[in-house]
Design a protein around this ligand. Structure first.
Ligand code: AMP
Length: 369
């Protein structure tokens, strides 16, 4: 469907609809406001920190067609901050208003098998994998993939939920039960040196730019810190960029996305190996440092892309370490705020449940390279 927006970019005063009311939606809405746009956040009832900073919000289920219809009428473009939006919701919206990134992007990236299959078809390396639906399937797949390997639910996994490592001697029936006996993917366990991500943007004309690559450290499967620049070779960095370009081009992506990558630097003259773990079709926690260390944040870059504006140069002026403030750590922000060059971002969430992302702090230092 050709719409006015496909030919022209949105002008200040236009309304950007955002599906999802969490901290990513909140930071997108703040960035949109800086560019003169209004945001309308759509999310189910709950603690929605994005509501506090947006011009308008709708609290309704993703299945509520009357509410979705009113939302579509109010906005000029729809984007999302959360990838587990029901397909039917986006299908409903896309007939009424442009959705960026497109509906196909969510359909592919919501399923780890279709995501990795698409990656392989486009020349992107991934761990060896197989689709498995039963204990017998797992047994067969292990013959090729070997142990250790990682069993993950195909859909709705995040922050390490719905996955388990299968080691020598582990009981396969128990492993399958541990992930809820659901359709799953079995992957080889990658003995990587470092986890990094590439956070990049593609505009409506196909131009792609990427932020510098952070290295990411997890605790209990949740991102704890992102540090930029990553301690990887220039060649591994180029390979990461090549992966981002291949994926964004294949998906005809519009907006910011992140690709989580496993990097192994080749020993004894062998080149590095860079494998895709997963694609986040949205702004990403490992890109939060861009707010303080770059001329443009990932949030503004995303808003520019979905509004049809030119992308900004993602130049990084400082080195940075981003610390997630999880659960009770959120209460420590006062002490952090006294540290030199520490930039505090709090999400305004009411309840500090264990592991819940309450805010982040980014410490800047002079750029060394
Ligand atoms: P995911 O939910 O796929 O992002 O996985 C969560 C974390 O588990 C990753 O950030 C890795 O640290 C680890 N992991 C996932 N898949 C693999 C794999 N195939 N090999 C080694 N570690 C993995």
């Amino acid at each position: 469907m050709m719409t006015k927006m496909d030919e022209t970019s949105l002008q200040p005063g236009a309304v950007i609809g955002i599906l999802g009311g969490g901290q990513l939606g909140r930071m997108l809405a703040l960035a949109a406001a800086e560019l003169g746009f209004a945001c309308h956040i759509y999310a189910p009832e709950g603690d929605n920190p994005a509501f506090d900073v947006a011009a308008r919000h709708t609290a309704a289920p993703y299945e509520d067609e009357a509410a979705l219809s009113a939302f579509a009428k109010d906005v000029d473009v729809v984007t999302y901050e959360f990838e587990n939006i029901p397909d039917a919701c986006l299908e409903f919206l896309v007939d009424r208003v442009p959705v960026r990134p497109g509906v196909n992007v969510l359909a592919i990236t919501q399923d780890r098998i279709s995501e990795k299959t698409m990656a392989v078809e486009n020349g992107v390396g991934v761990p060896a994998f197989a689709a498995v639906n039963s204990v017998a399937d797992i047994e067969n797949a292990i013959e090729n993939i070997g142990r250790p390997c990682v069993l993950k639910t195909r859909r709705f996994g995040y922050d390490g939920k719905g996955q388990t490592i299968i080691r020598d001697g582990d009981d396969l029936a128990k492993c399958f039960a541990d992930i809820g006996s659901q359709p799953a993917i079995l992957e080889s366990f990658v003995p990587f040196d470092l986890e990094v991500s590439i956070v990049a943007a593609r505009d409506v004309n196909g131009k792609i730019v990427a932020f510098d690559i952070p290295e990411n450290h997890h605790e209990n499967h949740i991102l704890a810190t992102s540090r930029v620049p990553a301690n990887i070779s220039a060649q591994a960095g180029e390979m990461a960029m090549d992966i981002a370009v291949k994926l964004a081009t294949a998906l005809e992506y519009v907006g910011v996305f992140a690709v989580e990558l496993f990097v192994s630097e080749g020993k004894d003259g062998a080149g590095p190996l860079v494998l895709m773990n997963e694609i986040a079709p949205r702004v990403h926690n490992s890109g939060h440092w861009t707010q303080d260390a770059c001329h443009v944040s990932q949030f503004e870059q995303h808003i520019r892309a979905v509004a049809g504006l030119p992308l900004a140069d993602p130049f990084r002026h400082s080195d940075a370490v981003m610390y997630n403030l999880l659960g009770q750590e959120g209460a420590e922000w006062g002490a952090l705020a006294t540290k030199e060059n520490m930039c505090i971002h709090l999400y305004g969430k009411a309840e500090a449940r264990e592991g819940r992302k309450m805010g982040h702090a980014t410490q800047l230092s002079k750029r060394k390279d």
